[in-house]
Design a protein around this ligand. Structure first.
Ligand code: SAH
Ligand code: SF4
Ligand code: F3S
Length: 459
């Protein structure tokens, strides 16, 4: 093994699953001697881990490949070679086409084949250009190295479920990530225990449809996400748990109840509703109505009244009228989201939505998005402002922006900054919130209590 001999630059686009996948690729390439570098110009291997969800996201890959090409040319002058790999969802969607369109690309590897990255890199060294877009998902997690050494961050992602069978008519995920697949509970528990032993205090379980989780449990029966979370709560060093992204159709009673009775499960839920009009929801194939979504939120709030709700919304789906858009605005306002991500509909090749009549003009989409975002921003600021004067437990994750400052997260996922010792990183302490800024909260340590180390999040 020749560790540190070669440099790897990896750039990640898209969702948290790609962030997780990038970490796993770094781990898989370490035995081949690759160390991560932040500077593309130093890299022997550049990986772009890409996203195909909207047109803009996919275009970014080709503009980034332009940068990679310039870097590769500059390195060539200095006598160094650069291998280029494109991973992720654009790689999956384009496959061979990408090799034809971008001559500098050596490897195209889809999300379900990334465990093969080290082999592919070794093979490509002979100059061969390779495309690997199979879906051997059963192998993938087993073939990846166990996550272990090195100081890990305080908060880590763990993919528990992949793929999607829901086929919302706007979405590429079922095509790029394949059918739904859940990892076994024992594999996940082992990964979380290993992360905990390296200093991780918070885990966020990931899946395109995380609450559809149905993996083999330790006892051989099928476990739900709630059952898995209850088991992970037994790992002593893990103080906080979160999960994302959920689908309204899969929020079962057990999972809702868990928000009220498992104190390690943080009061934050990302639950996309996409649109407030039943006609549009039906055309999107979301399989729920606006009213069903609202009743669901009521049940969740009954279990956990202080929960921070987050959502995704699309404006300008084909056929969306002004009245449909008003329904979205009214519902979003009534529900008062603590956080929201909103997008202009982007027609994705191969999805049913792309061939629907009555596509909405860019101008109308832009206008609707701006109106919606102004309103969502107001709700978010209101939620943040309601924290001022409260004492909340903060998990410290790193240094702050200013000297002497440390940064952490509230249970509601808000960034919190305050003056304090770096010794607090990795610990939870009570913080009195003094102010709410545009994107974060500031506070002071609970007077007289420099720091303490609760085993369980004290909420
Ligand atoms: N699995 C998640 C969503 C994954 S994609 C879920 O089911 O909710 C993240 C978000 O991107 C979606 O919730 C949706 O709001 C948005 N999105 C997906 N496809 C899109 C498209 N074609 N145009 C615009 N936004 C889209
Ligand atoms: Fe896409 Fe719908 Fe599946 Fe979410 S549930 S990943 S939006 S198809
Ligand atoms: Fe993008 Fe693929 Fe994630 S399309 S949002 S990187 S699943």
């Amino acid at each position: 093994m020749n560790k540190g001999h070669k440099k790897l630059h990896i750039k990640t686009f898209g969702c948290q699953m790609n962030v997780y996948d990038s970490e796993r690729m770094v781990e898989a390439l370490a035995p081949a001697g690759y160390d991560v570098t932040e500077a593309m110009d130093d890299a022997d291997l550049v990986i772009l881990n890409t996203c195909h969800i909207r047109e803009k996201a996919a275009e970014k890959v080709y503009s980034e490949l332009g940068r990679v090409r310039r870097s590769k040319e500059a390195r060539k002058v200095r006598g160094s070679g650069t291998m280029v790999a494109v991973a992720g969802c654009v790689a999956q969607a384009e496959g061979e086409e990408m090799i034809a369109r971008a001559p500098i690309v050596d490897i195209v590897v889809g999300p379900q084949s990334l465990h093969r990255i080290a082999d592919l890199v070794a093979k490509a060294e002979s100059g061969e250009r390779l495309v690997e877009t199979e879906f051997p998902v059963d192998e993938k997690f087993a073939a990846l190295p166990q996550r272990a050494s090195g100081k890990r961050p305080v908060s880590a992602f763990v993919t528990v479920q992949e793929g999607c069978d829901k086929f919302c008519t706007f979405c590429v995920v079922p095509y790029t990530r394949g059918a739904e697949y859940s990892r076994s509970a024992s594999e996940i528990i082992a990964e979380v225990e290993r992360l905990a032993s390296t200093g991780v205090r918070e885990v966020t379980l990931l899946g395109q449809n995380v609450n559809a989780y149905h993996g083999v449990g330790e006892d051989g029966t099928t476990w739900s996400l709630a059952r898995l979370l209850r088991r992970l709560a037994e790992v002593p060093a893990i103080a906080r748990m979160r999960f994302t992204t959920s689908h309204p159709r899969d929020m079962d009673d057990d999972l809702i109840a868990l928000f009220g009775n498992e104190e390690k499960l943080m009061p934050y839920l990302h639950l996309p509703f996409q649109a407030g009009s039943d006609r549009i929801l039906a055309a999107m194939n979301r399989k729920h109505t606006a009213d069903e979504y609202e009743r669901l939120i009521e049940r969740i709030r009954a279990a956990r009244p202080d929960i921070a709700l987050s959502t995704d919304i699309i404006v300008g789906f084909p056929g969306e009228t002004d009245a449909d858009f008003q329904d979205t605005l009214v519902l979003a306002k009534r529900l008062g989201f603590a956080q929201a991500f909103s997008f202009k509909y982007s027609a994705r090749p191969g999805t049913p939505g792309a061939s629907l009549d009555r596509q909405i003009s860019e101008m109308v989409k832009k206008e609707r998005l701006s109106i919606l975002q102004t309103q969502l921003e107001k709700s978010r600021r209101e939620f943040d402002r309601a924290m001022v004067g409260r004492r909340i437990p903060v998990l410290f994750e790193g240094k702050g922006r200013k000297p002497g400052q440390i940064a952490g997260r509230s249970p509601y996922l808000q960034p919190v900054y305050l003056d304090g010792s770096e010794r607090l990183i990795g610990h939870i302490a009570e913080v009195d919130i003094l102010a709410a800024g545009p994107n974060s909260l500031t506070g002071v340590m609970n007077a007289g209590l420099e720091w303490h180390e609760p085993i369980r999040a004290a909420i």
